[in-house]
Design a protein around this ligand. Structure first.
Ligand code: PRT
Ligand code: MG
Length: 215
């Protein structure tokens, strides 16, 4: 079998926490990814290569079949939508929560609140499910600045320790979703490359449960 398998990862947390998991599953890049400017990497398996792209681009590459497998945060997957994607495995890494947040003690009155976020689809769905009217303001980063500068009344953002919120005089309010990184597989890849994908899925599943067992 000569079919190449391409696994898409993103720089930052996902890469840092996924590489040890892949190593447990006996998949290792040939060079040190974190200190490289390359975007495509060979591994110890001649038929497996790693692609390093922006986190929000991972579902797009996998859904279109430009990569076969991907690792992405559930936040990114919820925001992107699941068309063309299977989500066979919770990797149980990069855990955090997607929350609504506001300035400490802010009086959230009855008027239509302005909510700043980069997760506009998730935010729209969350509030409309509850029949709550909000104005959503799309930002690309530093959401916690929006209430301070009077741009928004609330934000929807990822919270882990809560330190970022506290440092900016804010507090978490409601949990929208518990988040962790997931393995995704493209619909076409799942059909056409199943024989290649199954062993990777099996060894990653084993690596994840071994870790849960050790904790
Ligand atoms: O940098 P780029 O825009 O390309 O992507 P990214 O910043 O989304 O990537 P990265 O690597 O930072 O995060 C990838 C994934 O990690 C996210 O999609 C989440 O699923 C997950 N994750 C887990 C987190 C965090 N924990 C996290 N703490 N992503 C972001 N944060 C940020 C958050 O945005 C906030 O600013 O950390 C801050 C909150 O942390 P605390 O500990 O201060 O509460
Ligand atoms: Mg980042």
């Amino acid at each position: 079998m000569t079919t190449t398998l391409t696994i898409a990862l993103s720089k930052g947390r996902i890469l840092k926490e996924t590489l040890p998991l892949l190593a447990d599953a006996d998949i290792r890049p040939s060079v040190d990814i974190t200190n490289s400017r390359k975007l495509l990497f060979e591994t110890n398996h001649p038929h497996i290569q790693l692609l390093v792209i922006r986190a929000t681009d991972v579902p797009t590459y996998v859904a279109h079949g430009a990569a076969d497998i991907g690792v992405a945060g559930k936040d990114v997957l919820l925001e992107h939508g699941s068309a063309g994607l299977y989500e066979p495995l919770d990797l149980n890494i990069c855990r955090c929560r997607l929350m609504t947040c506001a300035m400490v003690g802010a009086r959230l009155g009855n008027q239509r609140p302005r909510v700043a976020t980069k997760f506009v689809n998730i935010t729209r769905r969350y509030f409309s499910k509850q029949s709550r009217q909000v104005d959503i303001i799309k930002l690309y980063g530093a959401m916690e600045l929006a209430p301070i500068m009077g741009l928004a009344d609330q934000i929807v953002d990822i919270v882990d320790t809560g330190n970022t919120l506290r440092a900016n005089g804010m507090e978490p309010l409601e949990t929208i979703a518990n988040i962790s990184a997931r393995m995704v597989v493209g619909g076409t890849a799942m059909k056409l490359k199943h024989a290649r994908i199954q062993p990777v899925m099996d060894s990653l599943t084993a690596a994840v449960s071994q870790r849960q067992h050790n904790n």
